[in-house]
Design a protein around this ligand. Structure first.
Ligand code: NAP
Length: 282
């Protein structure tokens, strides 16, 4: 679609951002629906996020996705925060209504839609082993805590980060058993894995060129599922091993797709063409 004087601009702020699949995903969706819109990637240095937020207003950019490292630092520059983004303490989608910026978080909804569609998982009453305690872990924690999980163990390479995340969510969700663990504490990890209904990897371990996590998957219950937020490669070693042992397991492309679809709908008010978007990122 040709860019014209009337074209509405959307985009993503990140640093780095050149690897992002969001431009191809959203531009395919705009083209499929014949919308006069375009989506660009903007590499915004950490200290410039305030100016970039101001530019959204000044230039009349209609909507922006926010990725690493700006998901938390954008918040003071917004006019309003939706409740899910507030609980999570992170924003990945900003909507501009005539100069008023609202921050939302579609990572939570995207994760829930992906695990339900791909693994048939609903968080209510579940026991979870969550690996990782970074930004993505916050989305997974919010998804399970806001939807009635029973027990969550956060296992991280750096124990103190797991402790901090567990105590932050523990204060907000007192009826859920949330405990931290060190990823190399094999006794605790084995015990929590054996009880888990779902194992989620939200760490970057297993990404291309990164070392993978070694977990004793053979102790998982037969009905347990595995979700790996990593989507490059499409089938991580963790997913491959879980499938080999007969578990339902999935990589993170579905979460990426659905968080994008939800952002698209927040911005345009139009139902996202999910299959077009899926094809674009695949
Ligand atoms: P982040 O904030 O930088 O956190 C990274 C986490 O990974 C930390 O907990 C870190 O542990 C852990 N980690 C890194 N390397 C590790 C290793 N070799 N072994 C064990 N743990 C390791 O990053 P993030 O935003 O949470 O993103 C994490 C991953 O999720 C990335 O691969 C990202 O692409 C993916 N993600 C996917 C989606 C999706 O839509 N599918 C959405 C968001 C993120 P320490 O605390 O010890 O450093």
């Amino acid at each position: 679609m040709a860019i014209k004087a009337t074209t509405k601009i959307y985009g993503i702020f990140g640093h780095p951002v050149s690897h992002s699949l969001s431009p191809v995903m959203h531009n395919s969706a705009f083209a499929a629906l014949g919308l006069d819109c375009a989506y660009l990637a903007f590499d915004v240095a950490p200290k410039e996020i305030g100016k970039a937020a101001q530019a959204v207003k000044t230039l009349g950019i209609k909507g922006i996705n926010i990725t690493i490292p700006h998901k938390e630092s954008i918040i003071p520059h917004l006019d309003e925060i939706a409740s899910d983004a507030e609980i999570m303490g992170a924003v990945n989608t900003v909507r501009n209504d005539d100069g008023r910026l609202t921050g939302c978080n579609t990572d939570v909804g995207g994760f829930l839609m992906a695990v339900e569609e791909e693994l048939g998982i609903k968080p209510g009453g579940s026991s979870v082993l969550l690996v990782g305690a970074g930004g993505a872990a916050r989305a997974v924690m919010s998804a399970f805590c806001m939807n009635g999980a029973e027990r969550i163990c956060i296992a991280n390479r750096t124990y103190d980060k797991a402790l901090k995340l567990a105590s932050e969510f523990g204060k907000q969700f007192k009826n859920i058993r949330i405990e931290p663990a060190a990823l190399d504490d094999s006794r605790v990890i084995k015990a929590r894995l054996a009880e888990a209904d779902i194992l989620v990897n939200s760490s970057s371990a297993g990404m291309e060129d990164e070392e993978t996590i070694e977990l004793p998957l053979d102790v998982l219950k037969g009905t347990a599922c595995v979700y790996d937020l990593v989507y490059k490669p499409r089938e991580t070693r963790l997913v491959k091993e879980a499938r080999r042992l007969g578990h339902r397991a999935s990589g993170g492309l579905g979460m990426l797709l659905y968080q994008g679809a939800l952002s698209f709908e927040i911005w345009t008010g139009v139902k996202a063409p999910v299959e077009v978007m899926r094809k674009a990122i695949e």
